[in-house]
Write a protein of this length. Sequence first.
Length: 259
Amino acid sequence: MEQFDADRPAMLQRAKDAGVESVLAIGSGTGPGSLDCAIRIATENHGIYASIGIHPHEAKLATDADFAELDGLAKSEHVIAWGEIGLDYFYDHSPRDVQKNVFLRQMKLAESNGLPIIIHCRPSDNSENAWDDTLEMLQEHWAPTKLGGILHCFTGSLQHMRTALDIGFMISFSGNVTFPKAQNVRDAAKEAPLEKMLIETDSPFLAPVPNRGKRNEPAFVVNVADKVAEVRGVSPDEMARATTNNFYRFFGLHEKMKQ
């Protein structure tokens, strides 16, 4: 994303200095026209993996040519996941029926390429809940594939988490777990099975305390690990080791797993 254009090499070095050894760069970018953005970064930098996909914000821009391009990009050696995909009823940048159609079409492409999916889900402020629609679609169209996925930047309820766990999803916690009003996220972080947890930053958004309000970056994942460890009553090192191994195991990168 453009927020890193001025200092991307330095930002990646800060991540390494903070102890981050592997990164999954989310490749939804700014939509059609930038679908290979994460692959380009992964190609140029050791320890970075890529995903591909069309975010629900840009669903209305998707064309048949874009889906064909994604199907080709999925064959890249750097691509290990498909996403972010899903539903966003908060901003509604794309009509909801279009979001659902693009979500479903990408699930089918991800299945045909044997890739797990990374889910973006953000509900509206009223009673219409994107979580219910997202989980219903996942149960109907994705659970049978047994490919699993990740609920990225989890913000849902304990019941939403339990439903996702039942169909093979990992639960990923980001900087908002440190926000004072995000008790529901901390409750989920406390209850989630340790072997099903991941941590992330959602850079450049949602910078964790003590950097809230600033541009987020991968080095700040340390703050996420610290908070989740505090919530669970374990050491930051234990949390870091567990979530790292969870990442490698989920994506079949067993040679990188740590003792």
